[in-house]
Write a protein that binds this ligand. Structure first.
Ligand code: ZN
Length: 148
């Protein structure tokens, strides 16, 4: 069994500044003393969508679909325990399922939204009240001046 080698990226000092090669494109980046691997700002920005696509690939299939005895994809592809059955493709109606996770998320979001809306409404009320108070004060002052 091959042992995993710890990769050490090339670094050098220029004065008291340490530079290390970007682990993606090899460009030298100014780094701290303890850095063992660095990505330049370009590669950091570039790698974000890449890592996102690596993490979650929406297949449109329910979680654990490949454990089902029989699962028919939207395009009619039939799977038996996650194994494609090309001969059966198009012979069965697509398996219907409802994604429960998404529903929960939506309700959470809408709850949060109503809370925000409440806060906004309260804020508006306060503003109106403040305006009224200011107007009252102005009226009071004007009244006094007119009187005086
Ligand atoms: Zn880079």
């Amino acid at each position: 069994m091959a042992r995993k080698k710890k990769i050490e990226y090339h670094s050098y000092y220029e004065g008291h500044l340490r530079y290390m090669t970007c682990m993606v494109c090899g460009v030298y980046e100014n780094v701290g003393e303890s850095a063992t691997g660095v990505k330049c700002s370009k590669c950091v920005n570039f790698s974000v969508p890449l890592e996102q696509s690596k993490g979650y690939k929406p297949t449109g299939r329910p979680a654990g679909w490949h454990w089902r005895k029989e699962f028919v994809d939207k395009d009619g592809t039939v799977y038996h325990l996650g194994k494609e059955q090309p001969k059966l493709k198009g012979t069965l109606p697509p398996t219907k399922f409802s994604p429960p996770k998404k529903k929960k998320l939506v309700s959470k979001k809408s709850k949060r939204r109503t809370k925000e809306q409440m806060l906004v409404a309260r804020h508006k009320e306060k503003k109106v009240a403040l305006k009224k108070a200011v107007k009252k004060q102005k009226d009071f002052i004007n009244h006094n001046i007119n009187k005086g």
